[in-house]
Design a protein around this ligand. Structure first.
Ligand SMILES: [Zn+2]
Ligand SMILES: [Zn+2]
Length: 319
């Protein structure tokens, strides 16, 4: 499996603003002056030596993650605005010829998880087949409502690609086999109007995507089957939107603090935790600060075998 992150921002698209951009440039130039950068040939090396919050932007697009299976089939998890750029990549291949087959899965239908779909170019090409998977019975209606007058000039049902719908609510109890060696299961999460985590299993490897969920110590204890679903994941991409202080102020908003995300991942013996659904009000500097605090929090716990990463657009993981 190859997992790629196309959108990691929570709630609404939040591009870097000019003030932040200028701040980054100033700090980068400061590093350059201190490091004595003089030659053009040294620029690439200099850039790779910068700390992550200066070398990259964590990204402003909302949630979209892709899984390419070992056989090359494409599974899209959520259609936030990050989907737009993935669509552009697909249009360099079979999707431009109307020969694309795409499997699209939804954790839930909040705007930040469906808003990229109207700008997903493969949906306008006749011949492309889009298989929509969801535990929600009204998925088609929700997608049609998003693309309708007066909110958008094209209708969802009027787009040219063939669309099939599969209800996968049974995948809560029984894993759903999508390929000979690939199966998925889903798990209900605490979030306003609900949300589901997705677990992919292929060749003995497990990838779990759990966005938009409010985990607290209490919630974990009360949620039957949580440990069974999440334990021993190779990669867990998990909602870590808030600081602990903010999570206390936003009880029932449906998101997890990074402190609790770290606690969960370590408790479940996850090999790699990727913190995602970044709060739109947090700048890259704040995200980096929170990330370092999350690492420090993990360091204070015993028997930690979990690697912790901060999600960034474009990140790729191979399993
Ligand atoms: Zn969301
Ligand atoms: Zn949501």
């Amino acid at each position: 499996m190859r997992i790629q992150l196309w959108g990691v921002r929570g709630s609404l698209p939040s591009p870097i603003n000019n003030e932040e951009y200028t701040g980054k440039i100033k700090r980068i130039l400061d590093f350059a002056v201190q490091g004595g950068l003089k030659k053009k040939e040294d620029i690439d090396g200099f850039i790779s030596s910068l700390p992550d919050e200066l070398r990259y932007v964590f990204g402003g697009d909302t949630t979209c993650v892709t899984v390419s299976s070992d056989s090359g089939k494409i599974y899209i998890l959520d259609c936030g605005t990050g989907l737009r750029r993935f669509g552009n990549v697909l249009m360099e291949g079979d999707c431009a010829k109307g020969q694309g087959v795409l499997n699209i899965m939804f954790t839930h239908n909040h705007w930040d998880h469906i808003q990229g779909l109207p700008f997903f170019r493969p949906i306008y090409v006749p011949g492309n087949v889009l298989n929509f998977y969801s535990p929600y019975k009204n998925l088609q209606l929700n997608l049609e409502n998003q693309m309708s007058s007066p909110y958008f000039p094209a209708t969802f049902s009027g787009t040219a690609a063939t669309k099939n719908y599969f209800n996968i609510e049974n995948a809560v109890q029984t894993p759903l086999k999508l390929e000979d060696d690939l199966e998925i299961s889903i798990f209900p999460l605490k979030h306003p109007q609900g949300c589901f985590a997705y677990k992919f299993r292929q060749n003995g490897k497990q990838f779990i995507f759990a966005t938009d969920t409010e985990f607290t110590g209490e919630a974990i204890e009360q949620l039957k089957g949580t440990n069974e679903f999440f334990k021993d994941a190779d990669i867990l991409v998990l909602d870590s939107q808030y600081t602990l202080d903010e999570a206390f102020l936003k009880v029932d908003w449906g998101h997890t603090s990074y402190t609790m995300a770290v606690n969960c991942a370590i408790n479940w013996n996850v090999k790699k935790l990727v913190m995602t659904h970044h709060e739109p009000a947090y700048s890259d500097d704040i995200l980096q600060e929170n990330y370092l605090l999350a690492l420090e929090h993990a360091r204070q716990m015993t028997d930690v075998n979990t690697e912790i990463l901060l999600a960034r657009e474009g990140m790729i993981f191979d399993l």
